[in-house]
Design a protein around this ligand. Structure first.
Ligand code: ADP
Length: 298
């Protein structure tokens, strides 16, 4: 079985302080996007990702501090908290999207299948293929529906049945029936909700394991919002989802686990409480959580 996970070449750990010899974990990714770890009798239900003592800096400004959370596999984790507490920043550390912003820095450790996501031998492009992202505002490319979905696979040199992959991705994103007769039309001709499902299909087409969603419904009407939430519930058997949302009802309805962040006096976001969603919303341990989820601040 292939030992390579996130690097384009076979993994050759470089001797640096960060690159502590990771326990070798052999991961095979099936076409369905599932990962099976050697030796595990059942599908892997250990956290797919672990953040330990993570802080993130924009220049000298620390936007989040000392964040330790586990991201459970095949479940939906919601990040909630007042505006500016660092939810999006934290989400972007999970697929190294922040690397694209100059002057930024991560402290702490983020592991994915036990492997340091920030190790020097890890290819950030491969990270973003395996850990996809859907943004707040639907952002289809000014290309046909087909080409939007085919974009990622083409970029990574996909050699298989592209038509089949486009169809299955659109089906998983619950959009196929609405677009199957107009695949050559521009993605921009679709409604907002359809565009967001197209963006989800585009993310799915690269066969990720994790999908990060940054307020994916904030530009959508209630009906389209519910469609996305239903879609999330349908696809979590295949994917692990982390969603940033400012919508309390959405977190309560759509997620299994909730992480509540707040802003400290130095404006850095920190985790107040994390637990099963039902506990966070009905019986939180922390008074701040209770005040936030009941709308008393934020
Ligand atoms: P949230 O998603 O909870 O609203 P953000 O992660 O967007 O919070 O922002 C957290 C903090 O980081 C804010 O103080 C914000 O101004 C700052 N921030 C976000 N993006 C950048 C950036 N590209 N450069 C500098 N500061 C940023």
């Amino acid at each position: 079985m292939n030992q390579t996970t996130l690097s384009p070449e076979p993994v050759r750990p470089v001797e640096t302080e960060r690159d502590e010899p990771a326990t070798p974990v052999s991961i095979s990714v099936t076409p369905a996007g599932h990962a099976a770890i050697d030796g595990a009798a059942a599908p892997d239900l250990a956290p797919i990702m672990r953040l330990q003592g993570v802080s993130f800096y924009y220049g000298a400004f620390r936007a989040v501090k000392d964040i330790s959370i586990d991201v459970p596999t095949h479940r939906i984790t919601a990040l909630i908290g007042p505006s500016g507490c660092g939810k999006s920043t934290l989400l972007r550390t999970m697929n190294r999207m922040n690397d694209l912003i100059t002057g930024t820095r991560v402290e702490g450790t983020i592991t994915y299948h036990g492997e340091d996501l920030y190790a020097s031998y890890v290819d950030p492009v491969e990270v973003r293929r395996r850990i996809g992202m859907v943004f707040q505002k639907p952002n289809p490319f000014p290309k046909s529906i087909y080409d939007n979905v085919a974009f990622g696979p083409r970029l990574t040199g996909f050699k298989g049945d592209l038509d089949g992959l486009v169809e299955s991705s659109l089906q998983r994103a619950a959009l196929w029936n609405e677009v199957k007769d107009k695949l050559k039309q521009s993605g921009l001709s679709l409604s907002g909700g359809q565009q967001q499902r197209l963006c989800i299909a585009r993310a799915i087409a690269t066969e990720p394991e994790v999908i990060l969603m940054d307020e994916p419904c904030s530009a959508l009407d209630p009906r389209a919002t519910l469609q996305i939430e239903e879609l999330m519930a349908d696809i979590k058997e295949r994917y692990t989802i982390v969603i940033v949302t400012h919508n309390m009802q959405q977190a309560a309805r759509a997620s299994d686990r909730t992480v509540f962040l707040n802003m400290a006096d130095d404006r850095a976001g920190y985790v107040v409480e994390q637990d099963e969603t039902i506990t966070i919303f009905t019986n939180p341990a922390n008074r701040l959580t209770e005040d936030y989820v009941s709308g008393r601040f934020g």
